[in-house]
Structures are given as structure tokens and as C-alpha cells.
Design a protein around this ligand. Sequence first.
Ligand SMILES: Nc1ncnc2c1ncn2[C@@H]1O[C@H](COP(=O)(O)OP(=O)(O)OP(=O)(O)O)[C@@H](O)[C@H]1O
Ligand SMILES: [Mg+2]
Length: 140
Amino acid sequence: MNNHVSLRFKAIPENESFARSAIAAFCVPSDPTLETVNDIRTSVSEAVTNSIVHGYGTEKGDVLIDAEIIDDVLTVKVVDHGKGIIDIETVTQDFYTTKAEEERSGLGFTIMRTFMDSLEVESVLGAGTTVIMTKRLSNA
Ligand SMILES: Nc1ncnc2c1ncn2[C@@H]1O[C@H](COP(=O)(O)OP(=O)(O)OP(=O)(O)O)[C@@H](O)[C@H]1O
Ligand SMILES: [Mg+2]
């Protein structure tokens, strides 16, 4: 089945659960296992939290999510127009965090990379960040 949805919401922590639930619900018609849905839910949650906490911080803005399913493969794109990332290779390493004082562990990208089939990060300093993740929904 082929399908797509787009979401746009205010970058505040209250919307993080809406976003992960919406993308999980979007996948249900493809009949994924509970484990697969949980992996997707967790990964979307990590990407959205990063956009809110690191991308925008105290700035105002929106987070956009485009999700599509083509031939049972989910692609989720999480976009913010926040501060961007200087060095993607460094920040995506395990345990790298710029907010250690807020008890962040630097494992968000590790979780996304582990739970999804692929992870790509694109960013322009001062313009924002896009995280693209894919996951096969069927076991076939
Ligand atoms: N959307 C974003 N915009 C700007 N910087 C980001 C964004 N996402 C991640 N980063 C940077 O990448 C670092 C690593 O992100 P990651 O999610 O792996 O760890 P964390 O958010 O610091 O901690 P955790 O996710 O474990 O709470 C962040 O500390 C931040 O500096
Ligand atoms: Mg994080």
C-alpha cells in the first residue's frame, strides 16, 4: 500500500506525544509488529524532542513531519527551522550531547540508528535540521 501524511505543530514538549502517536497510527494499516511500531514511536519521539529542545530551545517555531509508505517501507522526515548543527558527524556519535547539564545522555541518534533501518541527517547552520529515517513495516 502507498500512502502519505504531513503534520505541522508548534515546537513544544506537549506535542511530542501527539507526533509519535500519529505516526504510529499511520503505520497500523500496514500491520506492523508491535515491536516495529514501538521502534518507530521511540525514534520519532527522539527526533521531535531534539527539534524542540536543541533546534528551537527557547525560540518559537514549528516542527514538520512528512511520513510516507511505499511498498511497505515507511519514510519519516522530521524537519525544524531551528539553529541547525555545525558538525553532523560529531553530534550523531554515541553519548555526544551539548546539554549534559540537563541530564541528557546523548543517545537520541543512537536510538534512531539502532531502531530504524536507516538514518540520515541534513542540517544548515542557522536554518534548521532534517532527520530522515526509514523502516520496513512488513516481515516479508
Ligand atoms: N534538531 C536539532 N537541532 C540542533 N541540534 C541538534 C538537533 N538534534 C540534535 N542536535 C545536537 O545533537 C546532539 C546529540 O543529540 P542526541 O539526541 O543524540 O542526544 P541528546 O539530545 O543530547 O540527549 P538524549 O537524546 O539522550 O536526551 C544534541 O546534544 C544537540 O547538540
Ligand atoms: Mg536527543
